[in-house]
Design a binder for this molecule. Structure first.
Ligand code: SF4
Length: 357
C-alpha cells in the first residue's frame, strides 16, 4: 500500500497502537494518524519510534469555536500544545485537520494562517453522513457563506509557492461543489484500489456509505479470498452506481493521483490566473450562480445532499461483529481488551509470562 490512514473514534485510546503501526509499516509506505491530540504523551511516545509518521490533529476552528464543537474545555490548547511539541521534536509531517460547517467556516482562513506560521499541513473536510459517522442529519445551512470562506482559502493556497498547496486548492474547490450537492469532480474508485478496515476485521469500500457495505472479514478469510470474493464484486457494482458524491481526502486523494489530468489542468489555469492577480471565484461552479440567481432553491439543494432526517441509523455492526457481541456489552469487550493490552505490554517489557488474575 502506498498510503494508510488510521482514524477513529480516537486511535490513541488504544494502548497497542504502536504495535499496529509497526505491523502496518511492513505493508505501507506512508502512514498518517488522525487524532484529537488529547493524549499528548502517547502521541509523542509513538512519534519517537516512528518519526516519519504523519499526524493530523482535528481542530475545528479557533479556541472558542473548537471547544464548543468538540465539547472539550481545553481541547484547543491540548491539540495546539501537542502540535507545537511535535514540531519541536523535529516531526515534519504534522498538521491541522478541520471539518468545516456553518459554525466554524469564518475560522477557516485564520486557522490556515496559524498553521502556516507554524509551518504545518492544513487538511480540510466538510460534513458527511454515513453509517460510520452514525449520523444522517449533517447538513450545511448557509452554503454561500461557507463557500465564500472556502473561496478565500483557495485563493490563499494558490498564492503560495508550494505545488502541494495548489492541489489542496483544487480539493477545496471540490468541497464547494460538494456542499452544493453536485456530482463529484472525479470518479470514485473505492473498493477497486482502496479500502477501509474496521476494528471487527470487516473490509468495506469506504466509510461514506449510508449502510455498512461489507466485502468480507479478515478474521475468517485471507486477503486474496476476500478481495476476489463474489461479495466484494457485489459491493464494487454498488460503488459504480454510488450517488453519495463524498469529497473526503480518503477517496479523493487516490482519484487525484489516478485522474491527474483534471486537477493538473485546473491547477495550471488557476496558478497562472493568480500570478496575473486574478482571483478564483466560487461562481466558477455553475451551481453557485444558479443558486445566487434563484434558479435553484435551498430546498432543491437540501434534497441533493445526503442529509436524511428520517433515516434509521445503522449501528455499523456486521453479522460477524453482532456474533462477537452476543451476550456481552460493548463495555465488557473494551474492558477485557484493555486488560489484555496491559498484559501484553507488561509481558513485552519483562519478557515473561504473568498471571493477570
Ligand atoms: S462516493 Fe465513493 S466514498 Fe462516497 S460512499 Fe460512494 S463509494 Fe464511498
Amino acid at each position: 500500500m502506498y498510503f494508510t490512514n488510521i482514524t477513529g473514534g480516537e486511535p490513541f485510546i488504544r494502548t497497542d497502537l504502536k504495535e499496529i503501526v509497526r505491523e502496518l509499516y511492513k505493508l505501507s509506505d506512508r502512514i498518517v494518524i488522525s487524532t484529537n491530540g488529547f493524549f499528548t504523551d502517547r502521541i509523542l511516545d509513538l512519534c519517537k519510534e516512528f518519526p516519519q509518521i504523519g499526524i493530523r490533529i482535528s481542530i475545528e476552528g479557533l479556541e472558542k469555536t473548537n471547544n464548543e464543537i468538540r465539547g472539550l474545555n481545553d481541547g484547543y490548547q491540548r491539540g495546539y500544545t501537542t502540535l507545537k511539541k511535535l514540531r519541536e521534536m523535529g516531526m515534519k509531517d504534522v498538521g491541522f485537520g478541520m471539518t468545516v460547517q456553518d459554525k466554524n467556516a469564518p475560522d477557516l482562513v485564520p486557522l490556515y494562517n496559524i498553521s502556516n506560521e507554524m509551518g504545518m499541513e492544513f487538511a480540510t473536510a466538510s460534513l458527511h453522513n454515513s453509517f460510520y459517522f452514525v449520523e444522517s442529519k449533517n447538513i450545511i445551512h448557509d452554503r454561500p457563506m461557507v463557500a465564500k470562506n472556502f473561496e478565500d482559502l483557495v485563493n490563499e493556497l494558490l498564492k503560495s509557492n508550494s505545488p502541494k498547496k495548489w492541489f489542496r486548492a483544487y480539493f477545496n474547490h471540490g468541497l464547494i461543489n460538494y456542499i452544493y450537492g453536485q456530482k463529484r469532480l472525479l470518479p470514485c474508485d473505492m473498493s477497486f484500489d482502496t479500502f477501509f478496515i474496521d476494528p471487527y476485521g470487516d473490509v468495506m469500500p469506504c466509510n461514506g456509505t449510508k449502510d455498512k457495505e461489507v466485502m468480507g472479514n479478515l478474521n475468517r478469510q485471507t486477503w486474496d479470498e476476500l478481495w476476489n470474493s463474489p461479495e466484494a464484486e457485489v459491493v464494487r457494482k454498488k460503488v459504480r452506481c454510488c450517488n453519495r458524491n463524498c469529497w473526503m481526502i480518503g477517496s479523493v486523494s487516490p482519484a487525484m493521483h489516478k485522474y491527474i489530468c483534471t486537477p493538473l489542468l485546473w491547477v495550471a489555469k488557476h496558478k497562472v490566473k493568480s500570478l496575473l492577480g486574478m482571483k478564483y471565484s466560487m461562481f466558477e461552479n455553475p451551481i453557485c450562480c444558479d443558486y445566487r440567481d434563484g434558479k435553484v432553491s435551498k430546498a432543491d439543494l437540501d434534497k441533493l445532499s445526503t442529509c436524511d432526517l428520517n433515516a434509521e441509523i445503522n449501528d455499523g455492526l456486521s453479522d460477524d461483529s453482532k456474533e462477537a457481541l452476543k451476550g456481552k456489552r460493548g463495555e465488557d469487550i473494551v474492558n477485557a481488551d484493555v486488560v489484555e493490552q496491559g498484559y501484553e505490554a507488561t509481558k513485552a517489557e519483562t519478557n515473561c509470562d504473568i498471571d493477570i488474575n
